[in-house]
Design a protein around this ligand. Structure first.
Ligand code: NAD
Length: 256
């Protein structure tokens, strides 16, 4: 379905980004994996993924907290047909105690990187008359939780950026949409579990069910395959007129 297309997925040596890369490759796209590290394991991950799905797969190091790296990623990839802006980090603290450097890093990686990569990718997409921009926002792009000020602000920003890009490219064969996952069990979420266990004096299973998935009516994590599959759908012909919108994959969280 996507053979002949090249997809760049930012922040894709782990979690949702890797899941999205795998589903896009399964659908036939060549993929460019990315993170800020440049290890043998990163390059092997791409080589193995390419071999598994019979597509071209490369790993390109670029730090999504730096604008010049974001633009260089697109340039080194030779442009792309599909851009998945996924890189993201989290920090949880009350706003009065929120470290400024954490705020700046979250805004840079979770929001500003998508501005830079989109700006770099659009000329090539316009020239081809085809492009798909899929931004991985969050349920926190539509609603808030306490102690996640930077993350919620960045993710609301991603939704706003998505709408604006969609309007700027409307009718040019290019769409821009945001996927809004609820909780997906990835390293980003795994890292929050010990703090939550401590804060609530609960064991792992109880804190997952009663605290973390408390707002997710299904009481089930979404999977990286489900998020990746949604990205593939947004790249399909059926989604050609879906643009400037959000798709929630959140077990009912934002229906409440
Ligand atoms: P993760 O920690 O598994 O993956 C994050 C990825 O971003 C990793 O590949 C990491 O290497 C990369 N990354 C971090 N900083 C980077 C930088 N400076 N430059 C380049 N890459 C960088 O987390 P995840 O849960 O897979 O999160 C992926 C995205 O999905 C994030 O934007 C996150 O906000 C979003 N999201 C996650 C959940 C969830 O429950 N896991 C829910 C909603 C949205």
């Amino acid at each position: 379905m996507l053979s002949g297309k090249t997809a760049i997925i930012t922040g894709s040596n782990s979690g949702i980004g890797l899941g999205a890369a795998r589903e896009l490759a399964r659908a036939g796209a060549d993929v460019v994996l990315n993170s800020f590290t440049d290890s043998e394991a990163d390059h092997k991950l791409a080589a193995d993924l390419g071999a598994e799905f019979g597509v071209k797969a490369r790993y390109i190091q670029a730090d999504m907290s730096k604008g010049e790296d974001c633009r260089a990623l697109v340039e080194k990839a030779g442009g792309c047909d599909i851009l998945v802006n996924n890189a993201g980090i989290q920090h949880v603290a009350a706003i009065e105690d929120f470290p400024v450097e954490k705020w700046n890093a979250i805004i840079a990686i979770n929001l500003t990187s998508a501005f830079h990569t989109t700006a770099a990718a659009l000329p090539g997409m316009r020239a081809k008359g085809w492009g798909r921009i899929v931004n991985i926002a969050s349920a926190h792009g539509l609603t808030a939780s306490p102690f996640k000020s930077a993350y919620v602000a960045a993710k609301h920003g991603v939704v706003g950026l998505t709408k604006t890009v969609a309007l700027e490219v409307a009718g040019k064969g290019i769409t821009a949409n945001a996927i809004c996952p609820g909780y997906v069990l990835t390293p980003l979420v795994e890292a929050q579990i010990p703090d939550q266990m401590k804060a609530h004096s609960m064991d792992r299973e109880t804190v997952i069910r009663e605290v973390m998935l408390q707002r997710q009516p299904s009481r089930q994590f979404a999977t990286v395959e489900e998020i990746g599959g949604t990205a593939v759908f947004l790249c399909s012909d059926a989604a050609a007129q879906i643009t400037g919108t959000t798709i929630s994959v959140d077990g009912g969280w934002t229906a409440m």
